[in-house]
Ligand binder design. Structure first.
Ligand code: SAM
Length: 230
């Protein structure tokens, strides 16, 4: 898989790319590139934004700047590219990221992530230059970089070779293995801590009963979550 991140702060991703599971994925064939939106601007003085039509606070990232950066990098018309490839504009207004979308993205050969800043992108970036607009949650971050890292991290850990033990990614919260429910609780040594023990069943060695207990714990968490979200 290839992931290209378009950002005003490419250096943020140096730390990310240096994390163990990301390095594992890179060694296993992942390609991760960060493209500086300012470096590709056709405007003088490194300008990338402008004041909003209609007035109001803040600056808006220009569509022509994003288009020039995408066109320069891919050597093709960016509108055409968004029709054939996953180009994701990060925005709190977008489709909320969940495990189903992560699975879908992890199956793609290439992803392009567009990180906004300031008031965000000119709407024509969402409409014309992106195939998807994705939010990482109903809150506002200062920029798309952490949102892009969230997507990269969730996608990368699903790629072969990223995790030490591939089973770790198979049966996790919200996975199809758990029918979309949150994961069951985990415990490790000590078996007794300040008078707090661990469920007896986990010490029983009876793996069929342990599996059934875990599944029921996971379902109970799913029901509690649904109740909370009602
Ligand atoms: C300060 S935010 C802009 C917020 C925008 N004015 C609004 O109210 O929806 C700047 C950039 O951060 C990124 N961002 C902020 N929150 C996000 C979220 N929840 N999900 C994805 N991206 C987000 C987007 O790329 C956005 O363009």
């Amino acid at each position: 898989m290839r992931i290209d991140v378009f950002t005003l702060f490419p250096a943020w991703f140096n730390w990310f790319a240096d994390q163990r599971h990301v390095r594992n994925a890179l060694e296993a064939g992942l390609e991760l590139d960060c493209i500086d939106l300012r470096a590709g601007t056709p405007l003088s003085g490194g300008q990338v934004d402008d004041t909003p039509y209609g007035g109001g606070a803040g600056m808006v990232l220009r569509v022509d700047v994003v288009a020039a950066s995408l066109g320069g990098h891919y050597g093709e018309d960016p509108i055409a590219r968004a029709r054939t490839s996953r180009v994701i504009a990060l925005s709190p207004t977008g489709r909320q990221l969940d495990d189903e979308l992560v699975d879908e993205l992890a199956a793609e050969p290439a992803l392009t992530l567009l990180c906004g800043r300031y008031e965000g992108f000119d709407e024509r970036v969402h409409e014309r230059l992106a195939s998807d607009v994705v939010s990482v949650g109903p809150y506002v971050l200062s920029g798309g970089e952490l949102a892009a890292m969230t997507i990269c991290d969730a996608v990368v850990r699903k790629l072969p070779g990223a995790l030490g033990d591939e089973r770790s990614a198979a049966e996790e919260s919200f996975s199809s293995a758990l029918e979309g429910d949150p994961e069951y609780p985990h415990y490790t040594r000590p078996a007794e801590w300040r008078g707090h023990g661990v469920p007896e069943i986990l010490l029983s060695g009876d793996h069929a009963r342990i599996d059934a207990w875990r599944r029921e714990q996971s379902r109970a968490r799913g029901r509690a979550r649904a109740e909370r979200d009602r």
